[in-house]
Design a protein around this ligand. Structure first.
Ligand SMILES: CC(C)(COP(=O)(O)OP(=O)(O)OC[C@H]1O[C@@H](n2cnc3c(N)ncnc32)[C@H](O)[C@@H]1OP(=O)(O)O)[C@@H](O)C(=O)NCCC(=O)NCCS
Length: 159
């Protein structure tokens, strides 16, 4: 399994993968909407098959911030470390001072994402599942604005 930036010919496979991982088309629509401005769109590939995908998009914040969402691993491939490998690679490559996301602290906590640190930021997605991983020193408070696509796509939030 290797992780690499998406290529043009991966788009359709990513659409299918994200829809199957999230059991619906909403997050695939979100990927398509966010893709043109994304910082990173990474795929996990195994013997030519796209088995995972992660997207990092720029956020409006008082420092360079990114949103990790969505994160998808094909159902048959889950539980083998692919999701974790994608998160780590996004953190390694992110051109950001911090990465925000909304997700389960039980999963993302192991990669350094914290709800207590995110609690200092005003955001429509604020709450116990709103997490941040600082990559450099950042102010403890501020306003974080997600791209319009997160609401335009009818998404329940940045997952
Ligand atoms: C979440 C997801 C990306 C994880 O990918 P993965 O390749 O299965 O993850 P890994 O193999 O690296 O890690 C598996 C571990 O994460 C845990 N885990 C997986 N999904 C979890 C979740 N939603 N909440 C809490 N823990 C979770 C597993 O229990 C496992 O724990 P263990 O190592 O203690 O046994 C994948 O399950 C997925 O695509 N789910 C559907 C879409 C989704 O919900 N995306 C993320 C939303 S925040």
């Amino acid at each position: 399994m290797k992780i690499r930036p998406e290529a043009l010919e991966d788009h359709q496979k990513i659409t299918e993968l994200v829809a199957v991982a999230y059991q619906g088309a909403e997050e695939s629509t979100l990927v398509d909407a966010l893709r043109p401005d994304a910082h990173l769109s990474l795929v996990a590939e195994d013997e030519g098959e796209i088995v995972g995908h992660a997207l990092l998009s720029p956020l409006e914040a008082p420092f360079a911030a990114g949103a990790l969402a969505p994160l998808s691993v094909a159902p048959l491939w889950q539980g083998q470390g692919i999701g974790g490998a994608l998160v780590r690679e996004v953190c390694r490559l992110a051109p950001c001072d911090a990465i925000f996301l909304r997700g389960d602290p039980a999963f993302y906590g192991r990669f350094g994402f914290r709800a207590d640190l995110a609690a200092g930021y005003a955001c429509v997605f604020a709450g116990p599942f709103f997490l941040v991983k600082p990559l450099r020193d950042i102010p403890a408070t501020g306003r974080v604005l997600y791209p319009r696509a997160f609401s335009a796509a009818g998404s329940s939030g940045p997952r």
